[in-house]
Design a protein around this ligand. Structure first.
Ligand code: FUB
Ligand code: ZN
Length: 606
């Protein structure tokens, strides 16, 4: 399936229109300003000297590149002179400071020129990849070739060093990213060298002696951390650093698509299934531990210490989109939807100015101060979003993802138009026109109208077991299929669902999480009592659902029970309960009203 992208698809109204406007009006500036304050923008002048503040960091190039990429999408959607001036200013600096040989990296030019391509774990190719993605986006947005030419020159230099001369100290990057970027370069330029390079970096990973870890390399000491323990095709379970893994799986899926490589596609299918069935939180969060920002073992999904980097959720969205290009299965769009409304969305504050890097599923404020007599070695995720992080990969990743949300809605395969996501929007592609109007995710009513479409397939979301369709239809592999469609009214009936975790998930077996449509809920102490652990949800769901203008989704109250406080620390006999109401808000909106205890999973009674 080919996604309808760029100017051919526009979000016209509703939840995501508001988020896209927030990104344009607020989040872009918030990230730019913090990147300016911290020296990331000035670093492009290449004039940092020892003793000055704001020493460039090895992957600052990538932070700014992601912001440039987002700016490109926004300029393409609606011209913005300020964004263009900022991007053009950065391109001036890139052009001025790029080596004659094509090399471009701020840190390794300004701070350690003697160590170019000396350390696998030091992100040069990762930065190159993000710059290439930005260059492709800017070229597509504006038709201007200057940035793309710089990155072609850099890619050609990388080809020389890594493939022709083999003179770098390593064969494949410690942090994947360049692989997927090279495929984008290939698609933009049609230069097959870039596809060859992507293939080289994918296939060589875990498949060469040179990348074996050196004994004093702490970060790379375990080959699994950077997915270098086995050749790509032999990897069947997701391991190691989650963002690295998922950027790479996306590249593998893209490569499988470009080369029509069924074996590689199969590997991607197995990796996807492994993650979704054994390693993903109900919110879509992936990479459950902060140790190595990594996947752990199957079903290890602790709530309070969950790492769930925002970038990992974003990378999962990218991977799913590439899988969907390979095969039109609703499961990929279901996971994209899960990430969009939960794991990814929680990364940004409602005011659009602050970010979570880690997205836990539980907060117990008391645990942040519980070690009163010793220096605590415990590490818990922060409880309030921040404007900038020393490692600030997530904020500009949000910028570029929000700017391209429209590109997840529609796809085309032959004469079939796919409706994968539910957002008020319109699209036109090769004479076919579609308009969609919906309040999703507030309710599940979707109105669609088509011109010149022969067949349309509309995803039935995985959470939905009851729906109505206003015209004749068939159901084919979780799609509502309509031929010669004109106007279709659908309702995917949304009701409060109590979701259970697999019995192997020791942290949550026997508990329930509340979901309404695609939105997962949490309860915060700001709306409830402090001791959320003493609250039990009534299994006979008795809910009241109310629209919340501030977050654009519903708030939900459920009838439940509260354990009556006992006098003694321990007691026998029956536990006593009193009736109560438990107030829930969308998980993605937690921590927007000051510090609060928070929980997603609750015990049940009755
Ligand atoms: O290392 C670059 C980025 O910073 C990674 O993708 C994130 O996990 C964070 O470590
Ligand atoms: Zn990140």
């Amino acid at each position: 399936m080919k996604y309808i992208e760029g100017k051919n698809v526009r979000i016209t109204d509703g939840f995501w229109k508001a988020k896209q406007e927030l990104n344009r009006s607020t989040t872009m500036d918030a990230v730019w300003n913090r990147f300016s304050d911290t020296g990331r923008i000035a670093a492009f002048n290449f004039d940092w000297k020892e003793g000055m503040e704001n020493k460039p960091h090895i992957f600052w190039d990538s932070d700014v590149a992601k912001w440039m990429e987002a700016a490109a999408y926004l300029i393409a959607e609606k011209y913005d002179a300020d964004l263009e001036a900022k991007v053009e200013g950065l391109i001036d600096r890139i052009e001025e400071n790029q080596g004659d040989d094509g090399y471009f990296n701020i840190y390794y030019t300004v701070c350690e020129p003697e160590n170019r391509f000396a350390y696998r774990s030091c992100h040069e190719l990762y930065c190159a990849g993000h710059l290439m993605e930005a260059a492709v986006a800017y070229f597509k947005a504006t038709g201007k070739e200057r940035f793309l030419k710089c990155m072609e020159k850099y890619a050609d230099y990388i080809y020389k060093v890594f493939i022709v001369e083999k003179s770098a100290a390593f064969v494949t990057p410690g942090h994947q990213e360049i692989e997927l970027a090279l495929i984008r370069m290939y698609n933009a330029t049609k230069n097959t060298r870039y596809l060859e390079m992507a293939e080289f970096f994918v296939e060589q990973r875990g498949n060469n002696e040179k990348d074996k870890p050196v004994t004093n390399d702490k970060i790379m000491k375990n080959n699994m951390y950077a997915q270098s323990h086995l050749p790509a095709r032999k990897q069947k379970t997701a391991v190691g650093h989650a963002v690295r893994a998922l950027y790479w799986y996306k590249a593998m899926a893209d490569l499988a698509y470009e080369k029509n490589d069924e074996e590689l596609a199969d590997t991607c299918r197995e990796l996807f299934t492994d993650i979704v069935n054994k390693k993903m939180y109900i919110t879509g969060g992936v990479g459950s531990t902060h140790f190595g920002e990594a996947f752990t073992v199957d079903y290890d999904l602790p709530d309070e210490t969950a790492y769930n980097e925002t970038c990992a959720s974003i990378a999962m969205i990218f991977f799913c989109k590439s899988m969907m290009k390979l095969e039109n299965k609703t499961v990929y769009a279901d996971i994209i939807e899960k990430e969009l409304y939960n794991g990814m969305l929680s990364g940004l504050s409602l005011d659009g100015k602050a970010f979570f890097y880690e997205n836990p599923l539980e907060i117990n404020l008391r645990n942040h101060t519980r070690h009163t007599s010793v220096e605590s070695l415990e590490r818990l995720p922060i409880t309030q979003r921040k404007e900038v992080f020393e490692c600030s990969c997530c904020p500009p990743n949000i910028n570029r993802t929000f700017a391209t949300i429209n590109e997840y809605i529609y796809g085309v395969d032959g004469d079939t138009l796919y409706v994968n996501q539910f957002m008020s929007s319109e699209a036109d592609f090769e004479g076919v026109n579609v308009k969609q109007s919906t309040n999703y995710p507030v309710d599940g009513k979707v109105d669609l109208s088509f011109e010149n479409a022969k067949t349309v397939k509309i995803r039935i979301p995985c959470w939905c077991d009851e729906y109505t369709v206003s015209c004749e239809f068939e159901v084919e592999e979780n799609y509502i299929k309509v031929t010669n469609p004109r106007n279709i009214k659908i309702e995917f009936v949304m009701k409060p669902l109590l979701m259970y975790a697999n019995s192997k998930v020791s942290s949550n077996v026997g508990k329930v999480a509340l979901q309404y449509g695609p939105v997962v809920y949490c309860a915060e102490s700001v709306d409830n009592i402090e001791n959320l652990h003493s609250l039990y949800v009534d299994k006979n769901v008795n809910a009241s659902v109310e629209y919340c203008g501030k977050c654009g989704m519903n708030k939900i109250s459920l009838k439940g029970f509260k354990v009556k406080e006992a006098e003694n620390l321990y007691y026998s006999g029956d536990m006593e309960f009193e009736d109560t109401t438990i107030n829930f808000v969308p998980y993605s909106t937690f921590a927007n009203r000051g510090e609060s205890n928070m929980a997603v999973w609750f015990k049940t009674l009755r």
